[in-house]
Design a binder for this molecule. Structure first.
Ligand SMILES: Nc1nc2c(ncn2[C@@H]2O[C@H](COP(=O)(O)OP(=O)(O)O)[C@@H](O)[C@H]2O)c(=O)[nH]1
Ligand SMILES: [Mg+2]
Length: 337
């Protein structure tokens, strides 16, 4: 399953424009699969010369028109939220508009928590095992939401956080903030962008400054023109590249690679995943049948030219099931059957 990203935010903030920029106009009905640019995969492919090169993908969705409830439901089905704030045009009010967005999401979680607390509260009073702790966590979460704060900013132990999963909390989702600014304010973005970054900082969420309209226009140029145009605005990386990195950071993801003759491929994976779990990204059976991982780095593989050459030289690290796969690892999984 690819990582799924929902573009959310107030009306007129540039969500659809950003969607078109990210999908280079190839999305349909507000949904698009987007290849994540990664120079490491390119270098690997040049060295290994595989038949096929497969980048990591994200599924990007634009908020469909609809009621507030529908917009919340839309946000709820995504893994990661990209929150777009309007910092261009007349009288931008990014703080007010982002607060309103947060409030919509907070109210949705509050409603779910109240319903759940009704049930769990009764169970706790009846002495049902585990209900006591869940009721406590829900009560703390409710108090936090009552203060208009997203659950993201409530300090919770991992086990307690899991207890909240039953309500599918939308304010617990990782977020990336996008300050959508007028292109004359690039690259810094000016006052509006500063305010958006301050909001992001408070939540420990990454923030990006861009002009969605400029990004959309840039997708229509050939690479050389695009690069030159970007440079004239003082930007050295595409909006897509920057958003992808922010999504990885917010979502706690890393990328590892496989590089064989048939295919060189980038695999998104949760940070700190043990090797068998990382292997399951390739095939679910790989987790159960995991034997060992043979590991190197992109640079070493590029220098050697192939996994086989490194193996023959005894330069592949052998790692067991406790190994945590790292960002940038190139891995060959040995699996049994
Ligand atoms: N100046 C400027 N206008 C933009 C930018 N991004 C979007 N817009 C304009 O803002 C309006 C609303 O954009 P849209 O993407 O439809 O917003 P949505 O309602 O959030 O989907 C459109 O007229 C866009 O052309 C931008 O970066 N700069
Ligand atoms: Mg729109």
């Amino acid at each position: 399953m690819p990582v799924s990203v929902a573009i959310v935010g107030p009306a007129g903030s540039g969500k659809t424009t950003l969607f078109n920029a990210l999908t280079a106009g190839r999305g349909a009905d507000g949904v698009g699969m987007v290849d994540v640019p990664d120079e490491r995969l390119q270098r690997l492919a040049e060295a290994v010369n595989p038949k096929k090169t497969t980048p990591a993908q994200v599924r990007v969705e634009d908020t469909p028109p609809g009621s507030r409830a529908q917009r919340v439901a839309f946000a709820r089905q995504a893994d990661i939220l990209v929150k777009v704030a309007r910092c261009f045009g007349p009288d931008p009010e990014p703080v007010k508009e982002l607060d309103e967005l947060t409030l919509d999401l907070v109210l949705a979680d509050l409603t779910s928590i109240e319903k759940r607390l009704d049930v769990v509260g009764k169970e706790a009073r009846a002495g049902k095992k585990d209900a006591q702790r869940e009721a406590e966590v829900l009560t703390a979460a409710k108090a936090h939401l009552d203060n208009s704060k997203p659950l993201r900013t409530l300090a919770l132990e991992e086990d307690d956080r899991k207890l909240l999963n039953s309500i599918f909390p939308v304010t617990l989702k990782p977020s990336v903030y996008v300050a959508n600014v007028a292109d004359e304010l690039l690259p810094s973005g000016g006052e509006g962008a500063m305010k958006v970054m301050a909001i992001a900082n408070e939540e420990g969420a990454p923030a990006i400054v861009l002009s969605a309209r400029l990004e959309a226009e840039l997708t229509e140029l050939d690479p050389a023109e695009e690069k030159e145009m970007r440079a004239s605005y003082g930007i050295d990386e595409s909006g897509l590249g920057r958003i992808a990195r922010a999504v990885w950071e917010a979502g706690g993801l890393i990328t590892y690679f496989t590089a064989g003759e048939p295919e060189a491929r980038a695999w998104p994976c949760e940070r700190d995943s043990p090797a068998p779990q990382a292997a399951a990204k390739i095939h679910t059976d790989f987790e159960k049948h995991f034997i060992r991982a043979e590991v190197t780095s992109v640079d070493e593989l590029v220098a050697a030219g192939s996994m086989d050459a490194l193996r023959a030289a005894g330069k592949l690290r052998i790692e067991g099931r406790d190994y945590r796969v790292q960002d940038g690892d190139v891995v060959f999984f040995r699996v049994g059957r």
